[in-house]
Design a binder for this molecule. Structure first.
Ligand SMILES: Cc1cc2nc3c(=O)[nH]c(=O)nc-3n(C[C@H](O)[C@H](O)[C@H](O)COP(=O)(O)OP(=O)(O)OC[C@H]3O[C@@H](n4cnc5c(N)ncnc54)[C@H](O)[C@@H]3O)c2cc1C
Length: 485
């Protein structure tokens, strides 16, 4: 085990001043570190404080833009924010915390180099103050075939992979002579009616319908889109009335919305639903909720029954000192609610605001000042249902159609971090208004060596679209989440 000094990288030198370790580079991790840079500017300059951020990727993902990235309205690079540029006074470690021993104030971290380094093992990072913000992962259920054939929708890789996959399915459908292969290729099943699932489906359907005009043998009506939701409503974030509107809008586009229905199985590329319906398909997208990141279980910190970190309204981990948390990973009491024991919901609205209070409280604690409580009343939500279509319920005002879609864009443009990103996204939207939509699939980017391997006479041939066996007849090439070959 290598001992790491907190702001000098993995070296055994003694760290200066108060060592703050931030685990996670998402909403909470990035915004907390950003605010800490500002609040503790002087201390950072003279070495009385050091901040280290551990994150698996060198960027923060602005998740609400993922559906638009999947639709091709925003390029993937503009959905992410480079941590090194934004957090220029922090020490960034690209890696994953594997366990945390808070009693000993150490985190065990594997970095990109860990596997390459022989005999040294993971890095051990010592700290004084811990900010634990690893967010959440997809909450899956033991549905047969799910791990093999489905894909989630939480990362930019998944969003772009799904876009490529959908267009590739249209290419398969256009070129196959087998009607069963064609039918399965043009059937897309989405599970989960929250904003991730609904926005992803709506944006992709919109994109695919537009793309169909460039295929001589595919009509938009040939594409089958199915939304499966276990409860009796979708988009609970925008309220019942707007949720009903969203259902009508989707059904009006021929999208098959099935409420009070579950996915029972997707083995052998057949989606079997609890209402008895069976859909041969090559695409199952799972967005049925989230659960706290697994690292939380590898700490000595207190967790709730649902596995979130038990926190106080001051964003401290309950019952321990010098540990802080916020966002999807933290069970923060909602002090604005009359309901007893109500927790803040896992969403960006809370995550961003909690990060601000969290950073201010850490700065207050370092400077010996009093801490304040986090209090924010949920103001509602906006959701996009494709280009020029949307639904919103914000501050009691209900909007639908174009005004809601416009509000969705304006809101997220104001929220996406850095002026640089705002300008780039706005430029993309403006250009998209002037030119035709991009309809290309760059799935081959996922296999950059294939062409050369073929030329060099070794390895597999370039992975092209493989129709595989007839859907339902046995395991074929995996769905968008699985690795081919
Ligand atoms: C498609 C989609 C659309 C959404 N749209 C909206 C919306 O419109 N409005 C809204 O309010 N919310 C929305 N959300 C939810 C919102 O994005 C989350 O609530 C928010 O990102 C939570 O912030 P967080 O910092 O807790 O987690 P995240 O932003 O997920 O960040 C967690 C970070 O920690 C990292 N991490 C995980 N494990 C480790 C580890 N062991 N070591 C180091 N780092 C680790 C992760 O890689 C990630 O970078 C959406 C989510 C999705 C997926």
């Amino acid at each position: 085990m290598v001992k790491a000094a907190i702001n000098r990288g993995p070296s055994p030198e003694p760290p200066p001043g108060t060592r703050i370790l931030v685990v996670g580079g998402g909403y909470v991790g990035m915004y907390t570190a950003l605010r800490l840079q500002r609040e503790l500017k002087a201390q950072l300059r003279d070495g009385r404080v050091g901040i280290t951020v551990v994150a698996p990727d060198p960027y923060m993902t602005y998740q609400p833009f993922l559906p638009e990235a999947a639709a091709g309205s925003i390029s993937p690079r503009h959905v992410v924010v480079p941590l090194r540029r934004v957090l220029d006074r922090c020490h960034i470690v690209i890696g994953e915390a594997r366990s945390i021993d808070h009693a000993a104030r150490t985190a065990t971290v594997t970095t990109l180099a860990t596997e390459e380094e022989e005999g040294t093992g993971p890095v051990e990072i010592a700290y004084d103050e811990l900010v634990l913000a690893p967010g959440s992962i997809s909450r899956t259920l033991p549905v047969p075939g799910l791990a093999d054939y489905a894909i989630g929708f939480k990362t930019v890789e998944e969003a772009i992979g799904l876009r490529n996959h959908v267009i590739e399915q249209m290419d398969i459908a256009s070129s196959t002579r087998d009607p069963a292969v064609r039918d399965a290729a043009l059937t897309f099943v989405f599970v989960g009616g929250g904003y991730a699932g609904v926005e992803a489906l709506a944006e992709l359907e919109d994109m695919a319908r537009y793309t169909a005009r460039y295929y001589h043998n595919i009509k938009p009506e040939d594409l089958k889109w199915i939304l499966v939701e276990a409860s009796d409503r979708i988009l609970p974030e925008v309220g019942e009335e707007m949720g009903q509107y969203a259902i009508r809008e989707l059904r009006g586009r021929n999208i098959d919305v099935r409420l009070e229905t579950r996915l029972d199985s997707c083995e052998n590329r057949v989606a079997v639903l609890s209402d008895g319906a069976r859909f041969p398909t090559r695409t199952v997208v799972w967005t049925a909720g989230v659960k706290p990141a697994p690292i939380l279980a590898a700490t000595d910190l207190p967790l709730t029954e649902r596995g979130r970190l038990k926190c106080t309204a001051k964003l401290q981990v309950e019952g321990v000192e010098q540990a802080w948390a916020a966002g999807d990973a933290a069970a923060v009491p909602d002090v604005t609610s009359a309901e007893k024991d109500k927790e803040c919901a896992p969403n960006a609205q809370h995550a961003v605001r909690q990060a601000k209070v969290l950073a201010e409280n850490i700065a207050a604690s370092v400077n010996g000042k009093p801490l304040r409580e986090y209090a924010h009343k949920y103001v509602g939500s906006v959701a996009s249902l494709g280009l020029h279509k949307g639904v919103a319920h914000v501050y009691g005002r209900k909007l639908k159609g174009y005004p809601a879609w416009f509000m969705h864009r304006a809101y997220h443009l104001s929220r996406v971090p850095t002026f640089n990103r705002k300008a780039r996204v706005l430029a993309e939207w403006t250009l998209a208004g002037l030119f035709k939509r991009e309809i290309v699939s760059l799935g081959s980017l996922e296999h950059p060596r294939a062409e050369f391997e073929l030329a060099a006479g070794g390895g597999p041939a370039k992975p092209g679209p493989k129709p595989g066996p007839e859907p339902g007849s046995g395991p074929g090439p995996k769905g968008p989440g699985g690795k081919e070959n």
